[in-house]
Design a binder for this molecule. Sequence first.
Ligand code: HEM
Length: 331
Amino acid sequence: MADSGITVSKDKAMQKLAEDTVDAIRSTFDVPLNYRPVHAKGQLVKGTFTPSKDASKISKAPIFSNPSTPLVMRYSTDTGFKDLPDNGENGSRGFAIRFMLSKNESGHPNFDIVTNNAYGFIVSTGEEFLEQFKAMKAGKMDEFLENRPHAKYFQANQAPAHSYSFATEQWHGIHAFKFINGEGKERFFRWRIVPWQGVMKHSKEDAQKQSKNYQFDDLEWRLTHNKPIKYRLLAQLAEEDDPTTDSTKVWPETNEFADMGEIVIDKLWSFDEGTPPGEELKKIFYNPYPHDIEGIDASDDPLIAVRDVVYQLSGGVRRGHNDLPAQQAVR
Ligand code: HEM
């Protein structure tokens, strides 16, 4: 990666950290250059966001004042293994959302929310995240965890259980972001996406009895049988003492949750990363940093800054290798 030739950050230390991180992740899973180094198995879907009636009082972002905004989203399984079984050991899943604010492909503004189904995060800085992948690759995870009580606890107790269906999963933005409303009032928050059907999980034993693509098969069945998936987009609002720069620290569930609107998913977009119509899946890359949208800002959580550079770099590398043959379909 160091020779990718893609400079995203003028801050040399940040650029190097991002390059080393993408490198470390890619080599851990030995992922081909035209696939995502993590969240490699996935499916694009389309839908619509409709804001709640009070959302625009909390943030002046156009997604809350426009009557509705088209969405392009991607469900994924964690890791760089493109064929990771849905019924295997790993229950971590991702859900990335793009609000299509512009039809101009090359120009901003689009706005992304990138979530997963975990509560909180294993480490609080990009440097530690890189250390984690280095330890994983060197077979020294036990040592890594022994030196970090939170990471050890997270690994043992916060690994997400397998969702019954993507439609019954709850998603978290993990880091703190900031709303700014029309009067200039600011409020820190964390994204929370809650399924209309309620959260339903399999036990580990029951998950193993499902088929190897059961979550993606269920997604396809729902969206080809006129069964839209619906979520509420919520914002967990920070109280005064809630930490906004450390993603390992979850906030109390007793905090107020603001209802920001509804996400409805009604269409599969493409199945295969390798061949048309899978081209879009190869090209699209999400970025959790809220660039170019008024009314939503990043907090000083260091993970947001490093992810900004990492996702642009990783997406750039993938795009640079779009012409590589796909080794297999996504699922
Ligand atoms: C320092 C922390 C993290 C790093 C370095 C990292 C790195 C990455 C990389 C390199 C990719 C592939 C990007 C691409 O090629 O398009 C990715 C994808 C993804 N990450 Fe992270 N990640 C981090 C934390 C998180 C967190 C906290 C979440 C959830 C809140 C998350 C959710 C996702 C999702 C959902 C995708 C797939 C996006 C898609 O469908 O295209 N990541 N991550």
